[in-house]
Design a protein around this ligand. Structure first.
Ligand code: PGA
Length: 335
């Protein structure tokens, strides 16, 4: 076995991540010569170069890449061990890495408040991003738990549905279709439309429905933010399709109307997922249980317009959840 200290491995990992001795030194509050000496000693112990320098940047060699993978496994294992020890001592502590799609950014922080109060030893890292980037994080095994609306085929996931996430058509108040009932979807043809960016799960679901019905909206603007889309609708730039969660928690502003279009709401829901086969840390297991237990009641309190049925059974499948989703139709909501 090579003779390397944990400290050397940490210095190496930071150097590899930054591609720079100087930046690793800054992160670790060490001097630059200390970092390069530690890496030199580690290189000697391994017996092969770990980096090659091109210009100012350091690149990993094949041996360096293998060592980096090993370091990440060791650090993750140690972190998990620390959490298990804390659990044995009757404390829940450690870090929870959560990554959620954009629509969940309204609900999840509200759930995290009481969770953190109950478990003050747990630190949370919350990443909010679109479907595609979340899928990339899953593939790179970057986080403990993910909240998604569409389950990708890759990587293999353990998924638990927990709350409905319907997509609705939003228009500016006073839109000619605003008070019509059961509007045929074809009437959206040629409507100026504000679309989420490529890679967005919302966009994918909308495109699928429009394709099915051969609807061709006029995409006037592409925006990577639900909030910006709401402002653009209110500003009269067009209509859009967004998750009901984007409007439901903020109270009424009177600037938007929900259009009662056939085929809407697009019935979807959120799943909490973890990469299959990855052993969840005690902290991640604690949050998973909390989320599945507490979401229904919290949704009832915070999101009464979303419907009262929540999908909290770990065994339920999208097919079984159909009835629950039916209850979430946002027919009478005006914002
Ligand atoms: P998106 O996902 O941010 O990728 O559009 C939202 C959702 O699928 O609910």
């Amino acid at each position: 076995m090579i003779h390397a200290t944990l400290h050397q491995l940490k210095v190496f990992e930071a150097t590899a991540r930054h591609g720079s001795f100087t930046r690793a030194a800054e992160e670790l509050y060490l001097t630059q010569p200390t970092v390069s000496i530690q890496v030199k000693q580690l290189t000697k112990a391994v017996g092969l170069p770990l980096f090659e320098q091109i210009g100012k940047r350091l690149f990993l060699t094949e041996a360096g890449q293998k060592l980096l993978d090993t370091c990440q496994e060791i650090f993750a294992g140690l972190e998990k061990f620390e959490m298990s020890v804390a659990d044995l001592k009757g404390m829940k502590q450690g870090q929870l890495k959560l990554a959620v799609i954009t629509t969940a950014k309204y609900f999840v922080p509200r759930l995290l408040g009481p969770f953190c109060k109950q478990y003050p030893g747990i630190d949370i890292s919350l990443k909010v991003t679109n479907h595609q980037r979340l899928q990339e994080s899953m593939a790179a095994n970057e986080d403990d738990l993910y909240i998604i609306s569409q389950t990708p085929t890759q990587p293999d996931l353990d998924v638990h549905p927990f709350l409905e996430n319907p997509l609705i058509v939003l228009a500016p108040t006073g839109h000619p279709l605003a008070h019509k009932k059961n509007i045929p979807i074809e009437m959206l043809n040629d409507e100026p439309f504000i679309m989420r960016e490529p890679g967005s799960g919302t966009r994918k679901a909308v495109e699928l429905l429009f394709d099915e019905h051969n609807v061709k909206v006029r995409v006037r603007l592409e925006l990577g933010s639900n909030e910006a889309i709401k402002q653009a609708i209110a500003g009269g730039l067009g209509i859009s399709v967004l998750s009901q969660h984007t409007i439901i928690s903020e109270g009424t502003s009177g600037e938007l109307d929900i259009l009662d279009v056939q085929g809407f709401p697009i019935e979807r829901h959120w799943y909490v997922a973890n990469v299959a086969g990855k052993q969840l840390s005690v902290v991640a297991q604690t949050f998973l249980k909390y989320l599945l237990d507490e979401s229904p009641a919290m949704a009832k309190r915070l999101l009464p317009g979303l419907g009262s049925t929540s999908l909290n059974s770990p065994d339920s499948t999208p097919e079984h959840d159909h009835e629950a989703l039916e209850n979430s139709r946002p027919t009478a909501l005006k914002v």
